[in-house]
Design a protein around this ligand. Sequence first.
Ligand code: URA
Length: 250
Amino acid sequence: MEQERLQKYLASAGVASRRASETLMKEGRVSVNGKIVTELGTKVTPGVDKVLVDGKPVQQEEELVYILMNKPAGYVTTVKDTHDRMTVMDLLTDVPYRVFPVGRLDFETEGLLLLTNDGEFAYRMTHPKFKMVKTYVATVQGNVTDERLAMLRNGVQLEDGMTAPAQVNIIRRENHKTVVEIAIHEGRNRQVRRMFKAVKNPVLELKRISIGPLTLKGVGVGEYRYLQGAELKKTGQRLGLHLTDSRGTN
Ligand code: URA
């Protein structure tokens, strides 16, 4: 994260105006990491440096950030795993925000995963009422016959009820395998795997390739990037949220 001038930091945290913050500094009332700072050119790293005014910590509201990751198989989608497995958080180097995963991809599932520190965004992204379409490519065992295809499209009976209609298209048929694209908006636990199991074509490999307007373009497996500009705005519009790029790249 970028450094900023201490007086700007104090002003954006609502301590006082920039001018008045400079006065506070000159009066020796501001400390950074335990040292009184009177030098007006001093810079701090928000979220990293400990800034106190009159001995009290300054609460900086964390800026809201949105990260798009291409999750590899073999990582759990939690902040901390109880079995000490690698989590998606281990892939984030150099992210000074307290982000968390939006929804879940299974341990063995690859592909597009969002992380954020914006609770409302995460809620809307995953709640079925916002109908955010998630598209997967599934390699499944056996031949997905026309009859099974129709079942997947119309809704299949799972133990937690019928699935909503889905868009399902065959990408190609291979020896004893079928590669299928499936778009759903419900996001129940292990939904895609359970849907294919229900039609007797168990999933061998699963990858999420898009969520709404967001795709994996340019993001290699294990890599991530911040959402910005127009894509963020567009995603927000679909969710009824006004999302802006507070990291200044927009
Ligand atoms: N459906 C699944 O079965 N697994 C995932 O990881 C995501 C959707």
